[in-house]
Design a protein around this ligand. Structure first.
Ligand code: FAD
Length: 401
């Protein structure tokens, strides 16, 4: 049984079906839709009402594979002793092996009522449809938080001609995930695109009238609000796991085979906390790559093969004219880190190469997809060209493979 019909759940269905195990699979989905691609929700799907939701696979595929899909029927509780799962509809399902693929949830501000009609966050297709209508109806959008999703929404709202303000409490953008150099480029590009982007702000009290947020206090001043989007990150969805007594710490703790502290239960995707192979850090990743690759590892574990999770993390984000791509994780906490800039083919394209000692650890690319693809292979295979040659833009990065 798989709980959670997102990227990880869908990919696991694919891998199990390919292994001829489809007829043994039950997929339990909280959302009414079949598993669909989530990244477009803050990009094309948000901008264009004609853009369809992109399911991973058609309904007929699940039927052909013998996979039973329970849609719009969330799991409420796991009984790990009798190995059953209780669904909201009253159904009680038995499992031999259970995979938790419950993803993450958008964070909310603890002191803000969650029923305000002009405050939104974005996680699901239903959220995106609501947000699209709210953006269409508003002239001014306030985005709280300068993370990837907040910035993608800001770019999409600007493309729709809206006045956009982004309020970020940290002194720079994307502090947890990208280098200061890339963050500065992203900041300047959004500002050049007309986004009023403010860093290091302190957001205080909220002014609420009826069911509407009418103003915020920002650095002590009153900031009127027409419509606000919360882009303040996501928290792992591990309520079921905690209730079932699984070890959790910022996510459901898994080993390299995606096995949790219960030998009958695995966890994958945004909700799983694991020891990342390349950096040696215990972490949780919120990316399509991680969800897909962990699903493949879980499928191998379920088929009785021990194939430890060693996939290289990579990520992308689209913000207006910028396509950002990251290969590897930014090295931290060490003083032997050096960064080099490699010019791209056009004015708006470049890559930043991060070396730890003489090891290439991470490459951030802006509008340089070929650099990104080559960087993934270089880091995966442990090849580290000397920085001077790697930064020679006349030679494609792939020539160093
Ligand atoms: P999810 O895809 O979140 O799926 C989890 C599913 O579990 C959800 O459908 C949820 O409803 C369900 N669920 C939870 N609890 C229960 C329950 N009790 N019973 C049944 N079902 C349950 N990543 C990138 O790499 N690049 C991008 O450009 C990018 N853009 C993004 C844009 C947006 C707007 C969002 C929200 C995410 C984006 N991501 C992006 C992140 C990426 O989509 C996630 O990392 C990925 O979806 C994780 O897959 P998952 O299966 O772990 O979780």
């Amino acid at each position: 049984m798989i709980i959670g019909g997102g990227h990880a759940g869908a990919q696991l269905c694919g891998a199990l079906a390919a292994a001829g195990m489809g007829a043994q699979v039950q997929l339990v989905c909280e959302e009414p839709d079949l598993p669909y691609h989530r990244p477009p929700l803050s990009k094309a799907y948000l901008k264009n009402a004609a853009e369809p939701l992109q399911p991973h696979r058609a309904e007929a595929w699940y039927e052909q594979q013998g996979i039973t899909v329970h849609r719009g029927d969330p799991a409420l509780a796991i009984d790990p002793v009798h190995r059953t799962v209780q669904l909201r509809s009253g159904l009680k399902l038995a499992y031999d092996k259970l995979v938790l693929a419950t993803g993450s949830r958008a964070r909310h501000l603890p002191h803000l009522p969650n029923d305000l009609v002009n405050v939104a966050s974005l996680r699901s297709a239903a959220d995106a449809q609501r947000l699209r209508a709210q953006i269409e109806a508003a002239l001014r959008i306030t985005v709280l938080g300068g993370g990837f999703i907040g910035l993608e929404i800001a770019a999409s709202a600007r493309a729709a001609g809206k006045a956009v303000t982004v309020l970020e409490s940290a002194p720079r953008l994307l502090a947890r995930s990208v280098s200061p150099e890339l963050a500065e480029h992203v900041l300047q590009t959004h500002r050049a695109n007309g986004v009023d982007l403010r860093l290091g702000v302190a957001v205080g009290e909220f002014e609420i009238t009826g069911k509407r947020l009418t103003a915020l206090r920002v650095d002590g001043y009153r900031e009127p609000v027409e419509m606000m989007v919360l882009g303040i990150g996501a928290a792992p969805e591990h309520a079921l796991a905690t209730q079932a007594g699984l070890h959790c710490d910022n996510g459901i703790i898994v080993d390299a085979q995606m096995q949790t502290s219960d030998p009958h239960v695995l966890a994958i995707g945004d909700c799983a906390s694991f020891d990342e192979h390349f950096s040696g850090r215990r972490l949780r990743l919120e990316s399509v790559q991680n969800a897909n690759d962990q699903a493949r590892t879980a499928a191998a574990t379920l088929a009785g093969r021990a194939e430890p999770y060693r996939a290289l993390p990579w990520f992308w984000s689209e913000q207006g004219a910028m396509r950002l791509q990251m290969a590897g994780l930014m090295p931290t906490g060490s003083d032997d880190i050096t960064r080099y800039r490699r010019a791209g083919a056009n004015a708006g394209s470049f890559s930043i190469l991060h070396y730890q000692g003489d090891r290439l650890a991470c490459v951030e690319s802006v509008n340089s997809p070929l650099d990104h693809m080559a960087a993934r292979k270089l880091i995966e295979t442990g090849r580290s060209p000397a920085p001077a040659t790697a930064c020679d833009s006349a030679t494609p990065l792939k020539d160093h493979l």
